[in-house]
Structures are given as structure tokens and as C-alpha cells.
Design a protein around this ligand. Structure first.
Ligand code: ADP
Length: 194
């Protein structure tokens, strides 16, 4: 039975475990890909262009805004992030379901354009645990961590607009929950068209 292609949008505070969960479910699913975002932020050590992000200069990013090439874009933590429409479209056209990892503003603005996209919010078990995870990751300064924790509080307010909320307490349990949601939604026949 041929089913339609779906667009999954995953959000949650920085450090809540989105990247970890997504990479775990991708290993266990066929025909599901993560669509890479564009950003003006600096590459972190170990990141690879076109694998983690499309790293763009401020000028390149502005050019794409002008040409209306983004499905959504936003300023987050003083950098710009955006989803290039053609990147997502190509994945869907080649028969894959697509996962987008987006901040709350981005997720809600894509949902307006693509009403049958599926929104999943990943919540940390507590703000103390979120802080611990951000510190463990060692990619942000202490000041940055405080900023991210403040933003997390605002983001969590939007969780009730999502189709599913997963609390990432135990990693194995949360992975199974996300996997189950994706498999279940994949069975639906509606195709996402961009
Ligand atoms: P995000 O992509 O949401 O910013 P990451 O996937 O980078 O978050 O995870 C942040 C940190 O928390 C990482 O060090 C990761 O290994 C850890 N982590 C993720 N999920 C869990 C979990 N359920 N329990 C404990 N630590 C976790």
C-alpha cells in the first residue's frame, strides 16, 4: 500500500534532546530524512557543512529572503535560521517523509503554510535537568545557557499548540514514543504538498 509523504516538525528547548532523539529514530526508520536548515551561526567544532546545516553568510541569507526561498526563517539567539523550501520539496518528491527541527515560531509558521504537517514538542523533565544537559553538552557559554533557559520557559508555553508532546525523561522510552508517533502517522494516506 502506497502512503502519502508527511512533514514532521520537531521543537523543544535547546538542550532538551531533540538532536539525540531524531538521530536515534532515523536509524530505525526507512524513507524518513531530516531536512537540513540554513543558518548564519558559526560552525561548532565537529559540525559539517551540508550535513548539520547549510552555513550561509549574512549576505547569502538575505538574498534568499529577498527571493522568497525560505519556507520559514527566524532570528534565534542573535543568529538567523531558515528552511529552504526546495530542500524540503525535493525530499518529499523523491518519496521520503521529512523531519524538520524548528523553533516554536518556525514550526507555527510552517503549520500555517502546510496545515497537515505534524507537530511534535519535546519537553525536558524539569528546568534543572535542562540546565544539566546544556552544561553537559559544553557547546555554550554560561551566559548563553542562562539565555537559553529563559527562552525555554517561553517556548514551553507553546507546547499545547502541538499535536504531540513527549517528555524526554528516559532516553529509551522517549525514543520509542517518538518512533511510535512517526510510524502511526506514516500510515495515513494524505500527502504533503509544498
Ligand atoms: P537539542 O538538540 O534539543 O538541543 P541535544 O540532543 O543536543 O539537544 O541534547 C542535549 C544534551 O542532553 C546532550 O548531551 C544529550 O546527550 C543529552 N540528552 C538527551 N536526551 C537525554 C535524556 N533523555 N537523558 C539524559 N540526557 C539526555
Amino acid at each position: 500500500m502506497k502512503t502519502g509523504r508527511k512533514l514532521f516538525i520537531i521543537s523543544g528547548p535547546s538542550g532538551t534532546g531533540k538532536g539525540t532523539l531524531i538521530s536515534r529514530v532515523l536509524k530505525r526508520l526507512d524513507d524518513v530524512v531530516i531536512s537540513i536548515s540554513a543558518t548564519t551561526r558559526k560552525e561548532r567544532a565537529g559540525e559539517k557543512p551540508r550535513l548539520d546545516y547549510y552555513f550561509l553568510s549574512e549576505e547569502e541569507f538575505n538574498e534568499k529572503i529577498r527571493k522568497n526561498e525560505f519556507l520559514e526563517w527566524a532570528n534565534v539567539h542573535s543568529n538567523r535560521y531558515g528552511t529552504i523550501r526546495d530542500v524540503v520539496r525535493d525530499h518529499l518528491r523523491s518519496g521520503n517523509d521529512v523531519i524538520l527541527e524548528l523553533d516554536v515560531q518556525g514550526a507555527l509558521s510552517v503549520r500555517k503554510k502546510v496545515p497537515n504537517s505534524i507537530l511534535v514538542f519535546i519537553k525536558p523533565p524539569s528546568s534543572a535537568e535542562l540546565k544539566k544537559r546544556l552544561m553537559k553538552r559544553k557547546t555554550e557559554t554560561e551566559e548563553d545557557i542562562e539565555l537559553r533557559l529563559k527562552i525555554a520557559k517561553d517556548e514551553i508555553e507553546f507546547a499545547n499548540k502541538y499535536d504531540y508532546i513527549i517528555i524526554n525523561d528516559d532516553l529509551n522510552r522517549a525514543t520509542e514514543e517518538l518512533l511510535k508517533i512517526i510510524k502511526q502517522e506514516k500510515r495515513g494516506k494524505t500527502t504533503t504538498i509544498l
